[in-house]
Design a protein around this ligand. Structure first.
Ligand code: SF4
Length: 335
């Protein structure tokens, strides 16, 4: 069985295999809207308007409208004081600040695509699903005639913006390399820091060289190997009445990520074999399995067969993490 994986799932497995199991294999999540996810989606819609229509006052008003519309599908105005500064009012101030701070943007790049999803090959019969916020071609400076993705991230702290080694940023660059080969630049993180007292906008360039991409490809395949192995292990043990679940082990270093206690903490503390309880959904949870194929985006792409991707043979080798120790041919292919 081929698993449907994207960067979010792979990164989630790295954080904690047991959390990955709860979240993606069972699909258990709290039965209430997640402010960070909804606000992030709304901000993305606003950003897309500005990329497509420029930074005029009309475009700004339209971006505000679209952002608020999305937000209000889930949160009424009465909730704004609880969620401040992640509210449409504060976002509107941030959008105004954005068009001022980056007023030259449309002289510095051409917008080729916004909000694009699809799947891309990373190995022999192995695909990863993706969604990139934009694909741009630089028209000046160090990004001139090179292709890059401007990825919008909202956060309450600059320290929580993604760094250059996260799986997701590698996937975006991999998509670009498959489309544009050596003319690829990489990713620019387009951060918006929603702090009450010191809000700010920050951009972080994350260019990727071919050798860095080769490292990413090997790393991603290593982790996919483990996820597939763990999934198989789970399928074999799930119907047995063991006291302890062995597959998808716990990683207790992730229980308090971002200063919040993990939503599955009580289960990990109380249950030896949660697989035996998988059909009894706990109170306050619903089943909502994340499927990256179901994302609604402006463009769709299938990059499972692209001439600029690393060759099929190379991907087959990258897929097997042991073989690269014996054969280094594939290392030279990411050019
Ligand atoms: S509580 Fe900790 S060990 Fe359990 S799923 Fe969450 S992060 Fe993993």
């Amino acid at each position: 069985m081929q698993l449907i994986l994207d960067s979010t799932k792979i990164q989630g497995y790295l954080a904690c295999p047991r959390k990955y199991w709860y979240q993606y294999e069972l699909g258990w999540r709290h039965d209430e809207p997640n402010i960070n996810l909804i606000f992030g989606e709304a901000w993305h819609l606003g950003m897309e308007v500005l990329l497509k229509h420029g930074y005029s006052q009309d475009a700004l008003a339209y971006a505000n409208l679209i952002l608020e519309e999305k937000y209000r599908e889930h949160f009424a105005e009465i909730m704004d004081s609880s969620y401040y500064p992640k509210t449409p009012g504060f976002a509107s101030e941030m959008l105004s600040r954005y068009v001022k701070q980056y007023s030259n943007d449309h002289d510095e790049f051409d917008v080729l695509y916004t909000e694009t999803s699809g799947c891309v090959s990373v190995g022999h019969k192995r695909e990863v699903y993706f969604k990139v916020d934009s694909i741009l071609r630089g028209t000046s400076g160090m990004r001139k005639n090179r292709y890059f993705s401007l990825e919008h991230k909202t956060s309450t702290s600059q320290h929580w913006l993604p760094h250059g080694l996260v799986v997701q940023l590698g996937t975006y660059s991999h998509v670009l390399y498959c489309l544009y080969g050596p003319d690829t630049y990489g990713v620019v993180v387009n951060g918006a820091i929603f702090q009450k007292t010191k809000p700010s906008l920050i951009r972080l360039d994350m260019p990727k060289t071919p050798i860095q991409m080769q490292v990413w490809l090997a790393t991603v395949n290593y982790w996919i190997d483990l996820i597939e192995r763990e999934h198989e292990f789970y399928e074999n043990e799930k119907d047995n009445d063991f006291d302890v679940m062995h597959s998808f082990p716990l990683n207790p270093t992730s229980c308090q990520d971002y200063g919040r206690i993990c939503e599955y903490y009580d289960f990990c503390t109380a249950w030896g074999n949660p697989a035996s309880r998988r059909d009894s959904i706990p109170f306050g949870f619903i089943v909502d399995k994340w499927d990256p194929r179901a994302q609604k985006t402006t463009h769709k792409m299938n990059l499972t067969e692209t001439p600029k991707a690393p060759s099929r043979e190379i991907q087959r080798l990258a897929c097997d993490r042991w073989k690269h120790l014996e054969n280094n041919i594939w290392r030279r292919e990411y050019k």
